[in-house]
Structure formats: C-alpha cells, structure tokens
Design a protein around this ligand. Structure first.
Ligand SMILES: NC(=O)C1=CN([C@@H]2O[C@H](COP(=O)(O)OP(=O)(O)OC[C@H]3O[C@@H](n4cnc5c(N)ncnc54)[C@H](O)[C@@H]3O)[C@@H](O)[C@H]2O)C=CC1
Ligand SMILES: O=C(O)[C@@H]1CCC=N1
Length: 267
C-alpha cells in the first residue's frame, strides 16, 4: 500500500511526519508533488520519500492520494488529475476545508472512491482529531485503508458533511487558539518574573493535564472548575476577572468568525 500527496505544505508535512513516526508507511511508499519543485524535492530527499514529476504521476503511482492544496486551487488540481482517477482504483482523500464530496465528484466523475476529511495539525505527533465522511463508492477494504491513515495518527470521528464547518473551527483551527491561550498564560508568567521558556513549559503542561482530565472525567468542564476554585481563594478571583474581560464571549465570537469564513469558502 502506498500513499501520495498533492501539495506538500504545512498540513501535508504534519500528516507525513505523523505517518512516518507511527511507522504506518515506509518512506519509499510515500509519493509527493507540489507546485514548487525547489521545496518538495529537498523535502522528499530529506525524508527519503519518492518525488513525482507531476500531480497526475502521483495518482498513477498511488493507492491512496491525499489532496493537500489550498481550497482556491483544489478544483483546478482535481480537473488536472481527473483522467488518472477515472477508473476508480485510487482512493481520493481530501483534507481541503469546505470542499464537499458532491463538488469533488462533479470534478472527477462518479466512480471515484472519496474520503472527505478535516484533520488538525496535531496529527504530526499522533494526537490528531480528524473528521471523516466517505462517499458511496468508498467501501470495504478501500474504506478501511483510507480510515486507517488517520486512525494511525490520532482520533477520528465520522461526521455529517454539514457539520464540517463547526468541526473545522473546534478542531482544525483550535490548535491556533489554544496556542494563543497558552502564550497568553506564559506571557503573564513573564510579567511576574518567570523566563518565557519556563512559563511556556509550565502553561503547556498544565493545559495538557486539564485536557486529559476532561477526557477522563464524566463531568462537564464547567463542573471541574469548581474543583479548582477554592472558597475565598485566588482562582475564583481570576475567573471573575477573566469573565469581566469577556473571555467566554471572545472565544464564542472567534468561533463564529471561523465558521462564517468557512461557510463563505465552502462549495
Ligand atoms: N493547516 C491546517 O492546520 C489545516 C489545513 N487544512 C487544509 O489543508 C490544505 C492545505 O493547507 P496548508 O497545508 O495549511 O497550506 P499550504 O499553503 O502550507 O500548502 C499548500 C501546498 O499546496 C501546494 N500547491 C499549490 N498549488 C498547487 C498545484 N497546482 N499543484 C500541486 N500543489 C500545489 C503548495 O506548493 C503547498 O505545498 C488546505 O486545503 C486547508 O484547508 C485542513 C485542516 C487543517
Ligand atoms: O485556516 C484554515 O483555513 C485551515 C482549516 C482548518 C485549519 N486550517
């Protein structure tokens, strides 16, 4: 089984890094091509991957092909590789935000098995959160293989396509928002005399532990707050000050803006 990548930007590199770390694919079974030869060739050489000369060649060489280009060029790339996909032998896996199964089928034809996914960058360390939706052509062993790609590098969840927008905000974009939160905690630590490195390590480890607690607990996060906020203590003072500054409203507004932009870009 081999896997090709069309587009070798930030997200493709995160997936490839995760797959190599998980030993889900051998380096020589990973084929890459993207727009700029000067960036994908050195990347392929560095990681001992196969570099293909064209997008069409990636499809011809691959059992699974991951479309990892930005949404604005995805339709043109799908049109470019349509003939190589037409026999339905290669499974198309898209990670393109906002691009529906129907829109893809209209571009590549009705026989192609397609898995629409929305991974997040944490796949790079095997801790991804990926939404998946398969079309009717993707069944049996082909479906198992396609799902296995993301199962090897994190958690997957089957999702109705009309929920991909909110998923993209809560899982696809949220690593950036959590990074902002951790950096804000860390900056506050610097304000009180910690080094940035110390403060970041402390804030990141505390955030990781809290996420693990939430996943393990049968309580909602709001209930866990009360476990931390001692009566008359410092945490409740901090919580009230954060709320006065509008933390929850700011987060929900951020998600509203993310979902609105995803909707505007979707087809
Ligand atoms: N960055 C993230 O955390 C996530 C990104 N995505 C999706 O992943 C896709 C890629 O995003 P990024 O990696 O962030 O973008 P990027 O800009 O880092 O990578 C895009 C890649 O596509 C290549 N490319 C452009 N035109 C091409 C063409 N005609 N043929 C072949 N390759 C071409 C570029 O050279 C580059 O390697 C997007 O569709 C995005 O919606 C989905 C989930 C998370
Ligand atoms: O920013 C973006 O458009 C993509 C979708 C989810 C994460 N990154």
């Amino acid at each position: 089984m081999n896997i090709g990548f069309i587009g070798v930007g930030g997200m493709a590199q995160a997936i490839i890094g995760g797959l190599l770390q998980a030993k889900a694919f051998l380096p020589e079974d990973i084929i890459v091509h993207s727009h700029r030869q000067e960036s994908y060739e050195p990347y392929a050489t560095q990681h001992h991957l196969m570099a293909a000369p064209t997008n069409a060649a990636v499809v011809t060489e691959s059992d699974l092909v991951v479309l990892a280009v930005t949404p604005n060029v995805a339709p043109a790339v799908l049109t470019e590789i349509k003939d190589q996909l037409a026999d339905g032998q290669t499974t198309l896996i898209s990670i393109v935000a906002g691009l529906s199964l129907d829109a893809m089928a209209q571009l590549v034809g009705p026989n192609v098995p397609i898995l629409r996914t929305l991974p997040n960058v944490n796949v790079e360390i095997g801790a991804g959160m990926t939404a998946v939706a398969a079309n009717a052509q993707l069944t049996g062993g082909k479906l198992t293989s396609a799902l296995g790609v993301f199962g090897a590098i994190g958690t997957t969840t089957e999702l109705a396509e009309d929920q991909f927008g909110v998923f993209s905000a809560l899982a696809g974009s949220s690593p950036a928002y959590v990074d902002l939160f951790i950096d804000s905690l860390s900056r506050a630590g610097v304000k009180y005399g910690l080094t940035k490195q110390q403060a970041t390590q402390i804030a990141a480890q505390a955030t990781l532990g809290s996420a693990k607690m939430i996943l393990k607990s049968d309580k909602i996060p709001f209930a866990l707050i009360d476990q931390v906020a001692s009566p008359g203590g410092s945490t409740v003072a901090g919580l009230l000050a954060m709320e006065e500054a509008g933390l929850m409203t700011a987060v929900v507004k951020g998600i509203d803006a993310t979902v609105a932009k995803d909707n505007a870009n979707s087809h």
